[in-house]
Design a protein around this ligand. Structure first.
Ligand SMILES: [Zn+2]
Length: 718
C-alpha cells in the first residue's frame, strides 16, 4: 500500500476526479487495461489505469462500440519515452496552428466591422458573427484526437494543481494544460441552450431603460432633464456617481437609490420600464400618464398599467441557471457550474476567493475610509455611498491641453505605430527589446474605442485597435491606447517567451488587465510629462479600496445566489427573489452596515451581471487585488532593475495557476494585503480626513476598456 502511494504521488498527477466509465464500457475498459499492462509492464500501470478511465468517461456510443474502444486504447496508448514525447510535440504544434490560424481567420472576417475602413456594408456584421472555431472541440472529439490526449496525459483537479504545481516541470505543466482542454465534452445542443439563455438575458438587460424626466422625487418633483435615458444598472450607477459634484445631487441620488431598490425587489410597475410616457414616483409607487408637456419628442401618451413586473428578472436568472446546469453531466471532474467557474475558469478555490473578499470588507482600513468619506461629505453615509466617486486628484493640465499634445503627436494610427519603439523605451524597455516588441504589434484604426487582440501562434502579431479622430488622437483615446499596449506587450511576451505554447498567456483575464493598468498609469511619462505625484497615488489607492469593497460584496451576493439555486433547483422566480433579497441583506448587514451605519438594504443585488453574466462578478474584486499586487511589486523594484525586464520576466511564466504565477512574479501568492497596505499608507497621517479634493479641472476617471485577449474571454464592464 505504501509503495503504491509512492508510485501514485510520483506520477505526474493521478486524477482524483470520480471518472466512472459508462456501463457498456466497463468490461471493454477493464480488458483494455489488462492488455496494456501486459504489453507495457507494471511501470506503466498507473498511467494506463488513469488514461483508460479518462478516455472511457468521455466515449459515447457514436464513437464506436466496446471493441472499437479496446482497439483504440491498444493502438494509441504510449508508454513514457520518445514516442510519447514526439506525440506530445505534434499535439502542441497542431493545437498552436489550429488556435493561431483560428484567431487569424476570425480577425480577417471581422476586420470590416471592427476597423475604420470606410462605409460599412450590410454583410460586415454577418462576417463578424461567423466563428470558424466554434466547433473545434467537437471535431477534436469526433476525430478522436481528444481521446489520444485523454488516454496519455493527466486530467487534474484544481486541488492537485495547487498542491503539486510548484514541483511540476514545465513539460508536466504543459501536459496538464493539454489534457484540461478536454475536461468537458458538452453536446452542441446544450451549448446552444446556454447561448440562447445568454442572448435572452442580454436582451432583457439591454432593454431595461428609465426615462429619468418621468421618475419623480418623493414630493413629486421632476429632478432630471428631459431626454435623460439611463440603462440599469450601469447608467443609473454612473449618474449617481456624477451627482456628487452637482448642486442638489443628494436628492437625485436618493431617487436613483429608491429606483434601484424597486428593481431588485421587483416592486416597480412594469409600465415604467423603457417608457417615456409614464410618470412614476418610486417612493409612493404611484404611476400616471405623463402630462403632454413633459413627453419626449414624438412619443404617444401611454395607457398606464400599475401591475408590477412579474419577477422577470429572477425568471431570467433561473433560465440561465437551468441552461448551464444542463452541462453538469458532461464535465465529470467539475460537475457544477460553480465548480467550473472557480476550478476551470479563475483557478482560485472558492473558499480562498471568498476569504480574500471578506478580508477587504472586514478591514479596519475600510471602516476608517468610511468615516473619512462621511467627514468629507458632511453628512452620515447612505447605502448608495458605496459608489462614492470623489477621489479625484488635482490635474496639472487641462484635458484640452492634453488633447492638443496628443493630437499633434499622433495625427493618425500610423503615427502611433511609428512611435511604438520610443513609447516602449519611455515605459522602461531596453532599446532592442522595444524594437522587437514594436515589430510584433500591429496598430489598426478601430471603429470602437479600442481593444487589444492577441495572437495565438508564433509568426503572427498582436493587434492594437485604437480610435483616432479626423483631427488626431485625443487624450482619452491615447490613454486607452496605452492601456491596450499593456495587453499587447503581455500577449507578445507570453506567446513568444514561454517555453511551451500550451502554456501561452496568463492565468486569467485579471492578470492581463493588471499589466494594462501598469502601462495606463504611466501614460503621462510616455508624453514626457511629470508622473502623477504621491497625492494622486494616495487618492487612487483609496478609490481602489472603496471600489473593491463595493464589488466584493456584490460578488459575495452573486456567489450566495448560485449556491442557493443549486440547493433549490426547482425554485420559482418568486422564491429566488426572496432568497436573493435575503442574501443581499445578509451580506450588507455583515459587511457594509458597520461601515455605512444603515441596515437591511438589498441594494447589492442591483448588478445587471447577476442576470446576464453567470457568476462573473467575483472576478472584478479579484482583478483589483491582482492589479494592486502587481503595481506594488513594480513600484518597489530594486535599484538597477528596469520595469521592462521585470514585466518580461513576470509574463513569460505563462498560464500556470494564479497563485503560482504571482509567487513567481512577486514572491507571494495572490493576496489582499498590497491593496490594503496602499490604502493604509494613504490614510496614514490624514487623521481621519482625506487628502483635499482638488478645485479646477479633474483628471479623467480611469476608463476601463474592453480587453480582447484571445483566447481568453473579454472582460465585461463591471
Ligand atoms: Zn483592458
Amino acid at each position: 500500500m505504501l509503495a503504491l502511494t509512492a508510485t501514485l504521488l510520483s506520477a505526474v498527477a493521478v486524477s482524483a476526479a470520480p471518472l466512472a466509465p459508462p456501463k457498456a464500457l466497463a468490461a471493454p475498459a477493464e480488458a483494455a487495461r489488462k492488455a496494456l499492462v501486459r504489453k507495457h509492464g507494471e511501470a506503466e500501470r498507473s498511467r494506463i489505469d488513469r488514461g483508460v478511465a479518462q478516455a472511457a468517461a468521455f466515449w459515447r456510443p457514436a464513437d464506436g462500440d466496446g471493441r472499437a474502444f479496446e482497439a483504440f486504447c491498444a493502438e494509441q496508448f504510449l508508454p513514457a519515452g520518445p514516442a510519447l514525447d514526439a506525440t506530445f510535440a505534434r499535439l502542441e504544434a497542431s493545437l498552436e496552428a489550429l488556435d493561431g490560424h483560428g484567431v487569424e481567420i476570425d480577425r480577417e472576417l471581422s476586420r470590416w466591422a471592427q476597423l475604420d475602413l470606410g462605409p460599412e456594408m450590410p454583410v460586415d456584421g454577418l462576417l463578424d458573427a461567423l466563428d470558424p472555431s466554434a466547433h473545434v472541440t467537437d471535431d477534436l472529439f469526433a476525430g478522436k484526437v481528444a481521446f489520444v490526449v485523454l488516454l496519455n496525459f493527466p486530467l487534474t483537479t484544481l486541488d492537485e494543481r495547487l498542491a503539486r504545481g510548484d514541483a511540476w516541470s514545465r513539460r508536466e505543466w504543459a501536459e496538464v494544460r493539454l489534457a484540461n482542454r478536454f475536461a468537458r465534452r458538452v453536446p452542441a445542443e446544450v451549448n446552444q441552450g446556454i447561448a440562447r439563455a445568454a442572448a435572452r438575458a442580454d436582451a432583457y438587460i439591454a432593454g431595461y431603460d428609465f426615462f429619468m424626466h418621468h421618475v419623480l422625487s418623493e414630493e413629486g418633483e421632476r429632478l432630471f432633464p428631459k431626454g435623460k435615458r439611463l440603462l440599469s444598472h450601469w447608467n443609473l450607477r454612473d449618474e449617481l456617481k456624477s451627482q456628487y459634484a452637482e448642486p442638489g445631487g443628494l436628492e437625485r441620488q436618493r431617487v436613483i437609490a429608491k429606483l434601484m431598490e424597486r428593481i431588485v425587489t421587483q416592486t416597480l410597475p412594469a409600465a415604467v420600464v423603457n417608457d417615456p410616457a409614464v410618470d412614476w414616483n418610486p417612493f409612493t409607487n404611484g404611476v400616471s400618464p405623463a402630462p403632454a408637456g413633459s413627453l419626449e419628442a414624438g412619443e404617444p401618451r401611454a395607457k398606464v398599467e400599475p401591475a408590477r413586473e412579474p419577477d422577470t428578472r429572477f425568471a431570467t436568472i433561473l433560465a440561465s441557471f437551468g441552461a448551464v446546469k444542463a452541462a453538469d453531466p458532461y464535465s465529470p471532474s467539475t460537475p457544477t457550474y460553480i465548480a467550473r467557474s472557480f476550478e476551470l475558469g479563475r483557478e482560485i478555490p472558492e473558499a480562498k476567493v471568498a476569504a480574500l473578499l471578506e478580508e477587504v470588507l472586514g478591514s479596519p482600513e475600510l471602516r476608517a475610509l468610511g468615516k473619512a468619506i462621511a467627514g468629507r461629505l458632511g453628512r452620515p453615509l447612505e447605502p448608495f455611498d458605496i459608489w462614492y466617486a470623489g477621489f479625484r486628484p488635482r490635474a496639472k493640465r487641462s484635458e484640452a491641453e492634453l488633447d492638443r499634445l496628443t493630437r499633434a503627436r499622433y495625427p493618425t494610427a500610423e503615427a502611433f505605430a511609428k512611435a511604438l519603439p520610443e513609447t516602449l523605451q519611455r515605459l522602461g524597455f531596453a532599446p532592442e527589446k522595444a524594437r522587437w516588441l514594436a515589430e510584433h504589434i500591429r496598430v489598426d484604426p478601430a471603429r470602437g474605442s479600442g481593444h487589444a487582440l492577441g495572437a495565438a501562434r508564433r509568426g503572427d502579431e498582436a493587434h492594437l485597435r485604437t480610435r483616432v479622430g479626423r483631427d488626431g488622437m485625443d487624450y482619452k483615446g491615447f490613454n486607452i491606447a496605452v492601456h491596450e499596449l499593456g495587453h499587447n506587450v503581455e500577449q507578445t511576451f507570453s506567446l513568444y517567451g514561454v517555453d511551451h505554447t500550451l502554456l501561452a498567456g496568463v492565468p486569467n483575464t485579471a492578470f492581463t488587465e493588471a499589466m494594462a493598468f501598469v502601462f495606463q498609469a504611466r501614460d503621462l511619462e510616455v508624453l514626457g510629462l511629470e508622473a502623477p505625484g504621491p497625492e494622486a497615488r494616495k487618492l487612487e489607492a483609496l478609490n481602489d479600496l472603496w471600489a473593491t469593497a463595493e464589488i466584493a460584496a456584490v460578488g459575495l451576493v452573486d456567489l450566495g445566489m448560485w449556491h442557493w439555486m443549486y440547493d433549490h433547483p426547482k425554485a420559482t422566480p418568486a422564491e429566488l427573489r426572496e432568497a436573493t433579497l435575503r442574501i443581499a441583506r445578509d451580506v450588507w448587514n455583515r459587511w457594509w452596515a458597520p461601515v455605512i451605519g444603515v441596515r437591511d438594504t438589498p441594494i447589492l443585488a442591483i448588478y445587471s451581471h447577476m442576470v446576464n453574466n453567470t457568476l462573473y462578478l467575483p472576478d472584478y474584486p479579484i482583478g483589483h487585488l491582482i492589479a494592486a499586487q502587481v503595481e506594488e511589486h513594480l513600484r518597489t523594484l530594486p535599484p538597477g532593475r528596469a520595469l521592462g525586464e521585470e514585466i518580461e520576466r513576470m509574463t513569460t511564466a505563462g498560464a500556470v495557476t494564479p497563485d503560482l504565477w504571482m509567487k513567481n512574479a512577486t514572491g507571494e501568492p495572490v493576496s489582499a494585503q498590497p491593496l490594503l497596505r496602499a490604502a493604509a499608507r494613504a490614510l496614514e497621517g490624514s487623521r481621519g480626513t482625506l487628502p483635499r479634493e482638488a478645485e479646477g479641472p479633474a483628471r479623467l476617471p480611469r476608463p476601463r476598456p474592453r480587453a480582447v485577449s484571445a483566447p481568453a474571454p473579454a472582460a465585461p464592464r463591471p
